[in-house]
Design a protein around this ligand. Sequence first.
Ligand SMILES: [Zn+2]
Ligand SMILES: [Zn+2]
Length: 249
Amino acid sequence: MMRIKFDTHTHTIASTHAYSTFTENATFAAKIGMDGFAVTDHGPAMPDAPHDWHFRNLKNLPRLMFGQKILVGAEVNILDIKGNIDLDEDILKRLDVVNVSIHEPAYKDTDKDDHTEAYEAIVTNPLTDIICHSGSPKFKYDYEYIIKLAKKHNKLIEINNHTFFVRRSNVENCRRIAEICKKTGTGIVVSSDAHFSMDIGNYDLALGMLEEIDFPEELIMNTTYEKFKDFMENERGKKMGAWVLQAQI
Ligand SMILES: [Zn+2]
Ligand SMILES: [Zn+2]
């Protein structure tokens, strides 16, 4: 099975439904020989999320720890059909990785039948990077249209391993999304969405599905830290790890 050495979506106890500290995450990632990971706790609209000071202060984290490359980010919430999100522009600009998700408790327009409008606003927003776990049958959108638009705007589509055991109703759509990415040549990331340190780097179920559909490895942008960094810097035009305390440079 192929290896994914940079995990783009992980949580810490800053989101209280997750159970490990940043240091525990880095320790485990080093132990299993990862290149590194992005720390991406929930944006403030989720009931268990940290205050937005958490995101303003991420520059305090080390960018290299136990040999692990660390990127800082958030998993922001789509708030409504207009595609508004829950962190201010001045914070989003400083984050290395902006994961974007619909989470039901933070989303106002749950009654709509189609959520293409929200996703269109997200993929055309220059401050977002990765569309996360978007296979929910409750929040369907025009996959083909949005995925093509994501490619045009150099956004990545996430295949989230956590989906395969906590959001099982999404699995069929998740496969369709991956098939459309394959067909259109759109880049993806494979993430653990770990809520506990020992789940970092675990993508067995997601990779199993990608192998079944013969998904091309060249479209998986986070197989190594270098590949992810190159994509983010060259295609997204962001400097990874730029936001650090002066003392750490
Ligand atoms: Zn999520
Ligand atoms: Zn998450």
